[in-house]
Design a protein around this ligand. Structure first.
Ligand SMILES: Nc1ncnc2c1ncn2[C@@H]1O[C@H](COP(=O)(O)OP(=O)(O)OP(=O)(O)O)[C@@H](O)[C@H]1O
Ligand code: SF4
Ligand SMILES: [Mg+2]
Length: 381
C-alpha cells in the first residue's frame, strides 16, 4: 500500500490552501487600502515611557504551501531614549517584525494578520498622538514612515538608486518633507546631514553616484538620509553586516551619537551578540517567530535563562576560550508551515523534560524587566 508523504501536498490540498489564502488576503488587502478616519486607529500607550509597543503581533505569509507564521504572537516595547536589540538566528522573524512596523510587507502574500503596533507620534506642532500602526490604512502611513520612524537597511547599495547622485537622492528627502524648500535650501540641508554623519568632503560625495563610494560611505549616506527627517525611532536592520570590523565600529559609534543628538530610540536588529552587548539597553531574543526571552542587557548576558539564549552565549567566539572548536546549537528550526504545538526548541534542547511535550510554554516574568518562555521556570510564575 502506498504511504502518504507528509511533505507532499496533493492537487486537492493545494487548491484548498489557495482558496482559503485568497479569502483571507482579499479581506486584509481591503482593510489596508480602505479610507479611514484617524479616530479608527488612535489608541493609548500601555506605558507612557515607551515610544513603541508591539503587542501580540502576528505577521503571516500566505504561500501555496500553507501559511508561514513568520511573526507569531510577538510582544515587546521600545522605551523612549533606549536602544532595544533584537537578536536571533537567521529566519526567526527579526526583519519581518521591522517590516511590519514600517508597513513595508509585500502584499498580498505578506500581511499583518492581527495584533497592535502602538507608536507615540509627535507632529511638527509638538502634539503627541498614539497610532496603532497595524490598523492604519496604507495611505496614511506617510504620517510616520520615513519621518518619525526611519529605517536603515543591511545593504545600502540596494536601497540607494544607482542612476541618481547622492545629492539628488538626499535633496529629495527634504522636498518630500518640505515641498516649499528651494533647491539651495535642500542642498544646504543635504551637506549639513553629510557633515553630521562624519563625511569629510561632503561636496564631493554630494556629487557622486552610489557606485563611486565605499560600503562604509554608502551606509553613512543611508544614515544621513534617515536622519534628514528628524526621526523619533530608528530601526536599523543589520546595519553593519556588510561592513568590515573597523568600519562597523565607526558606524556603531555614529548611531550611538546620533541617538543622543535626536533624543530618540533605536530598534537594532542583529545576529551579532557583540553588537548587542555594546549598543543595547534591552534585548529581545527571538526563535522561530516568537520571543523566547527578553530583559535588560545585563539580565540577558549575566543571567540568560532560556536554553536557546544560553546556547547563543556559548556559541559566541571568545579570545580566552581553551577549546579550538566553536559550540553550535545542534539541530534545525521546525518547518515554519507546520509548527508543533509544544515548545519550538524542544528537538534541540538538552534540558527538555516530560512537560516540554505538552503545551507551548507561557511567558513567565522573573524580574520587573526579565521574561522567559520555558517550562523550566513554571514554578516561578
Ligand atoms: N516573502 C516571503 N514569503 C514567504 N516566507 C517569507 C517571506 N519573507 C520572509 N519569509 C519567512 O519569514 C521568516 C522570517 O524571516 P525574516 O526575514 O524576518 O528572518 P530574519 O530573522 O530577519 O533572518 P536573517 O537574520 O537571515 O535576516 C522566515 O522563515 C522566512 O522564510
Ligand atoms: S520548554 Fe522545555 S524544550 Fe523548551 S526550552 Fe524550555 S526546557 Fe527546553
Ligand atoms: Mg533579516
Amino acid at each position: 500500500m502506498a504511504k502518504t508523504n507528509k511533505n507532499y501536498l496533493s492537487g486537492k490540498e493545494i487548491r484548498a490552501i489557495a482558496r482559503e489564502n485568497k479569502k483571507v488576503m482579499k479581506r486584509l488587502e481591503a482593510e489596508k487600502y480602505r479610507k479611514a478616519d484617524e479616530s479608527e486607529y488612535l489608541t493609548q500607550m500601555k506605558n507612557n515611557d515607551n515610544i513603541l509597543e508591539i503587542d501580540e503581533l502576528n505577521t503571516f505569509f500566505f504561500t501555496e504551501q500553507g501559511v508561514v507564521k513568520a511573526v507569531n504572537g510577538v510582544s515587546f516595547d521600545v522605551p523612549q531614549n533606549a536602544t532595544v536589540g533584537v537578536v536571533g538566528e537567521s529566519g526567526c522573524g527579526k526583519s519581518v517584525t521591522s517590516m511590519s512596523v514600517m508597513r513595508l510587507l509585500q502584499g498580498p502574500t505578506g500581511q499583518i494578520y492581527s495584533g497592535e503596533i502602538r507608536f507615540k507620534s509627535k507632529d511638527k506642532t509638538g502634539e503627541e498622538k498614539v497610532y496603532d500602526i497595524a490598523k492604519m490604512p496604507i495611505a496614511d502611513i506617510h504620517k510616520i514612515r520615513g519621518n518619525q520612524i526611519a529605517m536603515i537597511f543591511q545593504e545600502p547599495m540596494t536601497s540607494l538608486n544607482p542612476v541618481f547622485t547622492i545629492g539628488q537622492q538626499l535633496d529629495e528627502v527634504t522636498f518630500i518633507h518640505n515641498p516649499e524648500a528651494s533647491k539651495e535650501d535642500a542642498k544646504n540641508k543635504s551637506i549639513e546631514m553629510l557633515n553630521l554623519v562624519g563625511i569629510a568632503m561632503p561636496e564631493r560625495v554630494y556629487n557622486s553616484f552610489p557606485h563611486e563610494l565605499s560600503g562604509g560611505m554608502r551606509q553613512r549616506v543611508m544614515i544621513s538620509m534617515a536622519l534628514a527627517s528628524d526621526p523619533r525611532l530608528i530601526i536599523a536592520d543589520e546595519p553593519t553586516t556588510a561592513l568590515d570590523v573597523t568600519i562597523q565600529a565607526q558606524i556603531l559609534d555614529l548611531l550611538r551619537d546620533l541617538k543622543d543628538k535626536i533624543d530618540g530610540s533605536i530598534m537594532l536588529i542583529t545576529h551579532d551578540l557583540g553588537i548587542i552587548a555594546e549598543m543595547a539597553d534591552y534585548v529581545v531574543v527571538m526563535y522561530a517567530g516568537k520571543v523566547i526571552e527578553k530583559g535588560t542587557v545585563e539580565e540577558i548576558f549575566h543571567n540568560p535563562m532560556h536554553p536557546y539564549t544560553i546556547g547563543l552565549q556559548k556559541s559566541k567566539p571568545t579570545l580566552n576560550s581553551d577549546s579550538d572548536t566553536l559550540y553550535n546549537i545542534p539541530g534545525n528550526v521546525p518547518n515554519p508551515i507546520n509548527m508543533p504545538t509544544h515548545c519550538y526548541f524542544k528537538e534541540r534542547c538538552n534540558k527538555c523534560t516530560a512537560k516540554c511535550s505538552g503545551e507551548y510554554p507561557a511567558m513567565i516574568q522573573v524580574s520587573p524587566t526579565h521574561f522567559v518562555a520555558c517550562h523550566l521556570y513554571d514554578e516561578e510564575q
